[in-house]
Ligand binder design. Sequence first.
Ligand code: HEM
Length: 217
Amino acid sequence: MTIHLPFWIPIHTVLATNQKTIKSVFFILYLLGFLGIGFGFFLFNSNLELYVTLAELATKFGTISLYLFLLTLVPGILQRLNVVVLLSTSVVLFRRQIGIVMYILALLHSFYLSIIPQVMTSDLRLQNFATREIYGLIAILILFPVWITSNDVSQKKFGRFWKSIQRLTYIAMFFIYLHVAAIEKSAQLLTAIVILLEIISWIKIWLRRPTRTNLTS
Ligand code: HEM
């Protein structure tokens, strides 16, 4: 099935022809993200008022991170469901970069909301994390190998195993759901819909798999 979104064609053309520039912008975002985390440690002691303002922003970063995460799953779902949408092709152009930014935003989010205050008060303990934060932490830990291997060098080095590493995303997806389920209703609903579509698309692939009898007959 092909879904035409005519307004997207010029946007896709711009994205496709400016890939290098857009990837450089992503790279700047990575750097800003890491600087932001470092800055948080400094700010906690030097300007708590500004820190609190940024921590409020960090809540929003969690939401953006979640939506970017779901966005990276969409092309795979549509492909398995045989739905062709140009928008999905646009996402594929930058899927790796979107995934990396998603992870850095999740780090910023968790550092500002939980980790920096605990480290700076010398009280970083597992017991200090609420259950929903533990789910978030598990998601972050599972996504770490996915994030660190999201590059051409790792893809070449790990060969077929690389896909298995990337598939850890599906396990992280459930912990992200548990994390947001306890916090935000609309995010919870959207995440549940994407997870459901993900499962349906995999069931479809599984059902279409040639069976042994089909192969031998
Ligand atoms: C992939 C990882 C994560 C994603 C996608 C994510 C996403 C989100 C989202 C969407 C919200 C709701 C935001 C809102 O209410 O506007 C949220 C809230 C929250 N998250 Fe995360 N999160 C992640 C990891 C973490 C981790 C590791 C921690 C802490 C250790 C954490 C701590 C929190 C806290 C404390 C809130 C509640 C904020 C508030 O209501 O003021 N998150 N997260």
